[in-house]
Ligand binder design. Structure first.
Ligand SMILES: Cc1cc2nc3c(=O)[nH]c(=O)nc-3n(C[C@H](O)[C@H](O)[C@H](O)COP(=O)(O)O)c2cc1C
Length: 367
């Protein structure tokens, strides 16, 4: 299995296009991680300890999940769970199939431990994903850990019809996820971030709530925020979330901002349009977690994501207010051992700090 993941860590592979390296690692994970023998190996190599926490009325083995965008097509759900993630967010899925932006569209800045991507929601569309997930279940390949679906807006649908577009995807995927994340914060679909404006957001949340009422089941609906919004804009969105019964807030998506480049490779990566993820995103993501926690008094669970790569960054996100956390970029740069090393670190911090459970640590900084 070390062989499997050395795919991304392998210096030779670092020379090839980032998206090609990602496709290889996805193929490996699909090939190995979807068989029971492969899962046993993954568990033996990477299995983290338990640090249980209850969020959205569900028990999670620990707080760390795989962030949206890594498994866009929900192709290796069993593998992520076997690798030790306590939950997985697949997608972004749009109502209609789309190719995404032309390649190359994913770039590494190794010195910064950062990625720049302008994927643009490449995905086979909600109906195809639904078919795949139905056959996955019939083959008994549905993980026991919670699964979230990330929903984006179809590029061809204008913002005035965005509410219907999100609601249709929610309707189609309803039986195929435990919770849903509305992504109105990707920088890679033109005009998407305008959906954070009050009018659009109100109508999106209303349409999605209507679907939920029709389904008669209280699955959590979360909203994913952009780190590029001002604090006031974040507070406006949070106030709308409170009014509209949004169950959770994901902080944050990628940023269009760039740090000063530390190398020629970074300079090249940063010169591309798109969203930056990884280490340089961490400080703004943390600011937003703190802001949202302070505003909601911890009443709306926060999923912290953005530059989480170590036990320190994970702990900071938790005491700042995150009940759950996620990562993407650190899996690329550190490989799968990052999961157990972070979870072990969290477990140690919980006992060193004298907390009786992880939930006592959530938002502790604000006390
Ligand atoms: C290549 C790539 C694709 C992504 N696709 C999505 C997506 O489809 N939907 C979404 O909400 N976030 C997407 N993200 C954002 C991540 O879910 C996450 O919010 C961001 O990468 C910050 O986490 P990190 O610093 O641990 O990578 C993507 C990120 C990357 C690097």
């Amino acid at each position: 299995m070390g062989i499997a993941w050395s795919v991304l860590g392998n210096p030779a592979l670092r020379l090839i296009d980032s998206e090609a390296a990602h496709s290889i690692s996805m193929r490996v994970m699909k090939g190995i991680g979807e068989t029971s023998a492969g899962q046993n190996i993954l568990k033996a190599l990477y299995g983290p300890p338990e640090v249980p926490i209850e969020v959205f009325g569900r028990m999670f083995h620990h707080p760390l999940g795989l962030a949206a965008g890594f498994d866009k097509g929900a192709e290796a759900l069993m593998a992520w769970s076997a690798m030790g993630f306590s939950w997985t967010e697949y997608g972004g899925i749009t109502r209609y199939p789309q190719d995404g932006n032309p390649k190359p569209r994913m770039f590494r800045a190794n010195k910064h431990r950062a990625l720049v991507n302008k994927m643009g929601f490449n995905n086979p569309g909600a109906s195809e994903i639904r078919k795949r997930l139905i056959s996955r279940k019939s083959e008994d390949k549905w993980p026991k850990t919670p699964i979230a679906a990330n929903i984006g807006k179809s590029k061809k649908v204008p913002n005035d019809h965005a509410a219907d577009d999100y609601a249709s995807t929610l309707d189609i995927l309803w039986d195929h996820a435990d919770m849903f994340v509305l992504n109105i914060s990707s920088p890679n679909t033109p005009g998407l971030r305008d959906l954070q404006n009050k009018e659009y957001l109100t109508s999106i949340l209303r349409s999605c709530n209507k679907i939920r009422e029709l389904k008669g089941e209280q699955k959590p609906i979360l909203l994913k925020l952009s780190p590029d919004n001002s604090d006031d804009e974040i507070l406006d969105a949070v106030s709308l979330c409170k009014k509209s019964g949004v169950d959770g807030i994901v902080a944050t998506n990628t940023t269009i901002k760039r740090p000063a480049p530390l190398s020629t490779q970074s300079r090249k990566a940063f010169s591309n349009d798109g969203g930056l993820s990884g280490r340089p995103l961490n400080s703004r993501s943390l600011e937003i977690i703190n802001l949202v926690y302070g505003e909601t008094q911890g009443k709306i669970p926060i999923v912290g994501v953005g530059g989480i790569e170590s036990k320190e960054t994970a702990w900071e996100a938790i005491i700042s207010g995150s009940s759950l956390i996620q990562l993407y970029s650190a899996l690329v740069f550190n490989g799968p051992t990052v999961v157990s090393s972070i979870v072990k670190g969290i477990k140690n911090r919980v006992s060193e700090s004298g907390f009786s459970s992880l939930s006592e640590a959530v938002g502790y900084k604000h006390i």
